[in-house]
Design a protein. Structure first.
Length: 162
C-alpha cells in the first residue's frame, strides 16, 4: 500500500513538473517519503507520551507542545523551570517536534545519531547531551520504546529498518 502511494505521488509530481514546464524529477527517496513520515510520526507520538502530553494540566499540554520542547519564546511565553516553549496551536507544536525528529532520522542532528539507542536518545533528551543516565531517562526510554514497539537497546537505525 505504501509503495503504491509512493508510486502514485511520485508519478503525479513528475507529471506536474513535465506539464508545468520542467524541473528535475524527484529523487528516489526524498525527505518526507511516506515511509519516513510514518516513522517520524510514530517516534514523535512516543515522545509525546513519554513527556506527558495530553495529561490534563501537564505543561506540554498547556503549552501546545507535545515534545515538551524548550526552543525559546515564540511570542507566547514559556512555562515551568525548563522554560518549555508555548506554541500558538497544537499543530504548531506537533510540527516543531516532527521537524526535530525528522532531523534525527535523516542524520541531520549534531546531537542525536542513527546509531544511538532509544536509551541514549532518552538520556540526551531528558538530561541534556552531556548528562549521564538517571531514573527519568530510563522511564522516558521505556515509554518511547513501548510506543514504537521496540526495546530501549534498539537504535534509531534499527527503528528505521536499517
Amino acid at each position: 500500500m505504501i509503495l503504491a502511494l509512493v508510486i502514485v505521488f511520485g508519478g503525479l509530481f513528475l507529471l506536474a513538473n513535465v506539464l508545468g514546464g520542467g524541473g528535475a524529477p524527484p529523487s528516489p527517496t526524498p525527505p518526507g517519503t511516506p515511509e519516513l513520515e510514518i516513522k517520524v510520526s510514530a517516534l514523535a507520538r512516543g515522545i509525546s507520551v513519554a513527556e506527558g502530553f495530553g495529561v490534563n494540566g501537564a505543561i506540554p499540554t498547556r503549552a501546545n507542545n507535545p515534545g515538551d520542547l524548550a526552543v525559546g519564546d515564540k511570542g507566547l511565553g514559556v512555562l515551568g523551570p525548563s522554560r518549555v516553549t508555548v506554541f500558538a496551536s497544537i499543530t504548531e507544536g506537533w510540527d516543531a517536534l516532527y521537524r526535530i525528529v525528522r532531523g534525527w532520522l535523516t542524520g541531520k542532528s549534531s546531537i542525536y545519531f542513527l546509531d544511538d539507542s532509544i536509551f541514549e536518545v532518552a538520556r540526551k533528551y531528558v538530561n541534556g547531551p552531556q548528562a549521564s543516565a538517571n531514573q527519568d531517562s530510563e522511564a522516558w526510554a521505556a515509554n518511547v520504546a513501548n510506543e514504537i514497539g521496540m526495546s530501549t537497546s534498539n537504535t534509531l537505525r534499527e527503528f528505521l529498518g536499517g
